[in-house]
Write a protein that binds this ligand. Structure first.
Ligand code: PEP
Length: 251
C-alpha cells in the first residue's frame, strides 16, 4: 500500500528566518512518521530549503509552479531544468490561484506537467470546481475536463503524476469538502486515471482545501484519498505535524 503524501503549499509566505524555524520544528517533530511529506516553497527559497532538508528522506522539496517553456526569453519564468538544479522532487501545476490570477488554461497546465515530467520532477496536478460549477451540478464535468487535458498531452507518462483535487470554494476559506463529497470526486478521478493507464495504482490523489489538524484523519481515511495538499495549516509546524501524523496512521 502507498504511503500517504502530505504536501505543504506555502504559497507566497515565508522569510529566511521563518522558514528555518518552521522546517526545524517539522523535521524534529516528524521523526519516525510513516508517511511521505513535501514542502512546496517560493522559488526564492529553494536553495535555502534544499540545504535544510538535505540528509533526510521524509520531507521532500517542491516548487509551486514550473514554466511551460523550456528555455529563453520568458522573463520571470522558472524552467524545469532550473528546478532540477535544486533537486526539486515535486512541482505544483494548475493550482486554482494560477488558473484564476494568471489565466492558465487546461492546455498550459498540461504542458507544465509535461515539462516537469521530462525533467524527472513529479507534477502535482491540481483540479477542482468553483462554487458556481458545483451549484450548477458541473463538478464531475469540470474536474474530468481539467484532468483529460493532462492525460491527452502526457500519454503513458501520467502514471508518474500526482493529482490534487482542490475544490476552489474550499481553498483558504475554512470550508472543507466533507469526507463523502471529497471521496465522491476522488472516485471519479480514480476511474478516469484507471481508464487512461494500466499503472493508475501508482498515482496518488490528494485532497486540498482547508485540510487541518481537526479534519485530516477523517478525510485521509477515505478509500481514494491518498494524502493532502495543505495551504494555511502547512505554515504552522504543530498543525502540519498533526496532519502528517494522521497520514501516518491511515497509511
Ligand atoms: C492550497 O492552496 O492548495 C490549499 C489547499 O490551501 P488551504 O489549505 O489554505 O485551503
Amino acid at each position: 500500500m502507498k504511503k500517504k503524501l502530505i504536501a505543504g503549499n506555502w504559497k507566497m509566505n515565508g522569510s529566511l528566518a521563518a522558514n528555518a524555524s518552521l522546517l526545524q520544528a517539522v523535521l524534529d517533530g516528524s521523526k519516525g512518521m510513516n508517511c511521505q511529506a513535501a514542502v512546496c516553497v517560493p522559488a526564492a527559497y529553494l536553495a535555502q530549503v534544499q540545504t535544510i532538508l538535505s540528509g533526510q528522506t521524509l520531507v521532500a522539496l517542491g516548487a509551486q509552479d514550473v514554466s511551460a517553456q523550456e528555455v529563453g526569453a520568458f522573463t520571470g519564468e522558472i524552467s524545469a531544468g532550473m528546478l532540477n538544479d535544486f533537486s526539486v522532487r515535486y512541482a505544483i501545476v494548475g493550482h486554482s490561484e494560477r488558473r484564476q490570477y494568471h489565466a492558465e488554461s487546461d492546455a498550459t497546465v498540461a504542458l507544465k506537467a509535461q515539462r516537469a515530467l521530462s525533467a524527472g520532477i513529479t507534477p502535482i496536478v491540481c483540479v477542482g470546481e468553483t462554487l458556481a460549477d458545483r451549484e450548477a451540478g458541473k463538478t464531475e464535468e469540470v474536474v474530468k475536463r481539467q484532468l483529460a487535458a493532462v492525460i491527452h498531452t502526457n500519454g503513458h507518462c501520467i502514471s508518474e503524476i500526482v493529482v490534487a483535487y482542490e475544490p476552489v470554494w474550499a481553498i483558504g476559506t475554512g470550508r472543507t469538502a466533507s469526507p463523502e463529497q471529497a471521496q465522491e470526486v476522488h472516485a471519479v478521478l480514480r476511474a478516469q486515471l484507471k481508464a487512461a493507464t494500466s499503472h493508475s495504482d501508482r498515482i496518488s490523489i490528494l485532497y486540498g482545501g482547508s485540510m487541518n489538524a481537526a479534519n485530516a484523519a477523517q478525510l485521509l481515511a477515505q478509500p481514494d484519498i491518498d494524502g493532502g495538499l495543505i495551504g494555511g495549516a502547512a505554515l504552522k509546524a504543530p498543525d502540519f505535524l498533526a496532519i502528517m501524523a494522521a497520514g501516518s496512521v491511515s497509511a
